[in-house]
Design a protein around this ligand. Structure first.
Ligand code: HEC
Length: 119
């Protein structure tokens, strides 16, 4: 094999390896969110947000069919909660609006991304 052909072959192999590694890296899902640097506290952040904005209608004994009062029922319904806050796949909540501030919604998102800790 001529030297120049060998160089092309080497280049091709190296390029394949590099692109293989960059693909694997892209698949790392959550570390990519630069907004979730600090660990969100359920008791200090998530619960108070729901208490202030949702409990009046979704506290224990309400008639909406959705109770968000503790870690178990909030974490098991987190898809619906974040969906409703963003009006994505669920009707906008708090009912009648306005939508909560972006920073508040981001706090809930980070808590979900971090594994819905009971902290
Ligand atoms: C003023 C009362 C009220 C407040 C405040 C409220 N909700 Fe609701 N929510 C309702 C009612 C009533 C329903 C049942 C559906 C309906 O009748 O519109 C509901 C339904 C939902 C649903 C199901 C929606 C669907 O499309 O299936 C979710 C999820 C929800 N609420 C989340 C929340 C969250 C999260 C908050 C706080 C950010 C909140 N709600 C605040 C009254 C309220």
């Amino acid at each position: 094999m001529k030297k120049i052909e060998l160089n092309f072959l080497l280049f091709f192999i190296l390029a394949s390896i590099v692109s293989l590694f960059s693909c694997t890296k892209d698949k790392t899902p959550y570390l990519a969110d630069p907004n979730c640097v600090d660990t969100v506290s359920f008791s200090a952040s998530v619960l108070p947000i729901l208490q202030q904005n949702c409990f009046s209608c979704h506290g224990v004994g309400n008639t909406t069919g959705f109770v968000f009062s503790n870690h178990v029922n909030i974490s098991s319904q987190s898809d619906a909660i974040i969906g409703a806050m963003q009006n994505q796949g669920f009707q906008l909540m708090p009912k009648g609006g306005p939508q909560l501030p972006d920073s508040t919604i981001q706090t809930i998102k980070c808590w979900i991304v971090q594994g819905k800790l009971d902290n």
